[in-house]
Ligand binder design. Structure first.
Ligand SMILES: [Zn+2]
Ligand SMILES: [Zn+2]
Length: 172
């Protein structure tokens, strides 16, 4: 998806709405936690204000992960906001502020696909969890502790210090 700069120039500050779909296969191949996902539906608008071009919106997809703690598959209904700013490559604003997030525009259009893919992948978890407080699997008996509690004691006490732990217990 490309947006022609002249089109935004002509609109004189009036936002231009756009819709685009990102290919799921390519995104899945670039993030190893993603098991599968629906095509990513992108909705946004672009506008020129002053000398800067702004693009913002939202990406929606259903993404299948495996929980890193309990190993259960789950689906996340993701809604990922994005917001990018562009300036012409020769705009002094790019020199004034070297570590700004403003992207230089080389040609006569804004090329969105690569940026949107990057934004999407950055929003993906490196440690996906089915629930924020997923209890995970018991390291002793292997039961999924979200489904059924087990009676294993998983306090890791160094056997050499076990006597010491008893001592503290008595003193409580
Ligand atoms: Zn889990
Ligand atoms: Zn257990």
């Amino acid at each position: 998806m490309n947006i022609k700069l002249t089109e935004l120039d002509h609109r004189k500050g009036e936002p231009l709405s756009f819709q685009v779909t990102l290919d799921a296969v390519d995104l899945k191949n670039r993030h190893h936690e993603i098991r599968s996902l629906t095509p990513v539906e992108v909705e946004g608008d672009a506008v020129k204000l002053g000398n800067l071009y702004y693009v913002k919106g939202d990406m929606k997809a259903d993404i299948d992960f495996i929980c890193a703690r309990c190993l259960n598959p789950f689906t996340q209904h993701a809604s990922i906001p994005f917001s990018e700013t562009f300036a012409l490559a020769d705009d002094p604003v790019l020199e004034d502020d070297e570590d700004s997030d403003i992207h230089p525009l080389e040609g006569d259009q804004i090329e969105l696909d690569t940026l949107l893919q990057e934004d999407f992948l950055l929003a993906m978890p490196t440690f996906p969890l089915c629930e924020e407080d997923c209890k995970g699997l018991c390291p002793t008996c292997g039961v999924n502790r979200n489904d059924s509690p087990c009676t294993c004691s998983n306090e890791r006490i160094d056997p050499r210090l076990a006597g010491l732990a008893d001592l503290f217990k008595d003193n409580k």
